[in-house]
Design a protein around this ligand. Structure first.
Ligand code: NAD
Ligand code: WQD
Length: 339
C-alpha cells in the first residue's frame, strides 16, 4: 500500500518513513527541502535497504501535487510538512498560515477528488496552551494558541474535522508533546537551522562547544526546582505510533472515523532535570545560566497517553537518558560530516 508522506525528509517524518518501510508500506515523499537535506534520503535507504520515492517540491504547487497522485496509487497520507518555529511564526504569520494551511488543503483536495481516505495530521500539545490540570488528556479543553504557529495547528485540526464529516474520510489527529532524540544508527536526527530554539538541540550544541552556554528560561516557576516542565518523547517511539495509527485507520470500517491521540510519555521533566540527564547520559558538561522567563512559555505540560495505549496498543518505551544518548551520537555524526 502506498502512503504519501509530506515533509518525509524532516525530523519526525524521516523516522516515520523508516518505520513505514520496515512495516512494508510503500512510501512516496514530497518535501521541498525548506527545512531538511537530501542526504537524509540516502540514510533512510542505508537503514532500511529501501529507497522511497521522492519528489522535491513545495506542496503549495497544486499542479505538481496532482501529477504525484496521477503517478501513484496513494491510499493514505501522513502530513508532516509545515513550518514549525514558534517565534518566527509571530514575525512572519502570513508565511505560516500560507504554508501550513494551503499545503494541507491542497493534499485534502486531491483526497476528495480521488476518493482517498486515511489521513494523519501532525498536531501538537501547543493546542492545549497552559491546561488547568495535569496530565493532559484528549478531552482537556483547547485554549486559544498564543502563536501563529499554534493557530495553524488548531485550524488544521478544524479543517480536518470538517473534511472527515463532509466527505466521509478517516482522519487521525496526533498531538505530539516534545519530541527528542535521534535514530539509534545516528543516521537521522533533528537538523536545527541556525540557533536552536528547542531545549535539547540547544543543550546538545552547548555540550559540543558550538554554543557557549545554555540559557535556562526562568527558575521561578511554581515547580519543584523552579524550571518549567515538559513531556519529552523519543522520536522513534513517536514514529512507531504513526504506523499504529495508520493501521487502525485502514482497518476501521467507520468511514467518518475521527481519532485524536496524545503522544507523550506521561511523565514531566524539568529543564534542569533534562540538563542533568544529558550530562549523566553522555558524560559531558553543559554550562548554563539562569535567565528571565521566555515570553509565551507555559509552566507545565505532560500527557495522559492512556488512550493511545488502549486503542493503538502503543506506548512510549524509551527512557529520557537513552533518548539523550542518541542525540549526542547524532551530533557526533553531524560533526564527522562537517554539517
Ligand atoms: P521538520 O521541519 O523537521 O519537518 C518538516 C518537513 O516539511 C521539512 O523537511 C520541510 O522541508 C518540509 N516542508 C515544510 N513545508 C513544506 C511545503 N510547503 N512543501 C513541502 N515540504 C515542506 O519538522 P518536524 O519536527 O519533523 O515536524 C513535523 C511536523 O510535526 C510538523 O507539522 C510540526 O509542526 C509537527 N510538530 C513538531 C513538533 C516538534 O517539536 N518537532 C512538535 C509537535 C508537532
Ligand atoms: C522546552 C523547555 C523552555 C530552550 C515547543 C513548541 C511546541 C512544540 C514543541 C511544535 C521550556 C526551556 C528551551 C532554551 C530553555 N512544537 N528552554 N532554554 O516550548 O515546550 O514547545 O516545541 O508543535 O509547540 O512551542 O519546547 O524545547 O522550546 O522548550 O530553558 O534554550 O525548555 O523555556 O520550558 P516548548 P522547547
Amino acid at each position: 500500500m502506498s502512503i504519501l508522506v509530506t515533509g518525509g525528509l524532516g525530523y519526525i517524518g524521516s523516522h516515520t518513513v523508516v518505520e513505514l518501510l520496515n512495516n512494508n508500506f510503500e512510501v512516496v515523499i514530497v518535501d521541498d527541502l525548506s527545512n531538511s537535506e537530501k542526504f537524509i534520503l540516502d540514510n533512510i535507504e542505508e537503514i532500511t535497504g529501501k529507497r522511497p520515492i521522492f519528489y522535491p517540491f513545495d506542496l503549495k504547487r497544486k499542479e505538481l501535487l496532482e501529477q504525484v497522485f496521477d503517478a501513484h496509487h496513494v491510499e493514505g497520507c501522513i502530513n508532516f510538512a509545515a513550518y514549525k518555529a514558534v517565534g518566527e511564526s509571530m514575525v512572519k504569520p502570513l508565511d505560516y498560515y500560507e504554508n501550513n494551511l494551503f499545503s494541507l488543503i491542497n493534499v485534502l483536495q486531491e483526497f476528495k477528488k480521488r476518493n482517498i481516505s486515511n489521513f494523519i495530521f501532525s498536531s501538537s500539545c501547543t493546542v492545549y496552551g497552559q491546561a488547568d490540570e495535569m496530565p493532559i488528556d484528549e478531552n482537556t479543553p483547547l485554549k486559544e494558541a498564543e502563536s501563529s504557529y499554534g493557530k495553524t495547528k488548531q485550524m488544521g485540526e478544524d479543517i480536518l474535522k470538517d473534511f472527515s464529516k463532509a466527505y466521509h474520510k478517516k482522519v487521525c489527529l496526533l498531538r505530539y508533546f516534545n519530541p527528542i532524540g535521534a535514530h539509534p544508527t545516528a543516521l537521522l536526527g533533528e537538523l536545527p537551522s541556525g540557533i536552536p530554539n528547542n531545549l535539547v538541540p540547544y543543550v546538545t550544541q552547548t555540550a559540543a562547544g558550538i554554543r557557549e552556554k545554555l540559557s535556562i528560561w526562568g527558575d521561578d516557576y511554581p515547580t519543584e526546582d523552579g524550571t518549567a516542565i515538559r513531556d519529552y518523547i523519543y522520536v522513534v517511539d513517536l514514529a512507531k505510533a504513526h504506523v499504529a495509527a495508520l493501521q487502525k485507520l485502514i482497518n476501521t470500517e467507520n468511514e467518518t472515523a475521527l481519532d485524536i491521540y496524545n503522544l507523550g510519555t506521561g511523565t514531566g521533566s524539568s529543564v534542569l532535570e533534562v540538563v542533568k540527564a544529558f550530562e549523566v547520559a553522555n558524560d559531558v558538561n553543559v554550562p548554563y545560566q539562569i535567565c528571565p522567563r521566555r515570553e509565551g512559555d507555559i509552566t507545565i505540560a505532560y500527557a495522559n497517553a492512556d488512550k493511545a495505549e488502549r486503542e493503538l496498543n502503543w506506548k512510549s518505551e524509551t527512557p529520557l537518558e537513552e533518548a539523550l544518548k542518541t542525540t549526542w551520537e547524532w551530533q557526533k555524526y553531524l560533526r564527522s560530516r562537517d554539517l
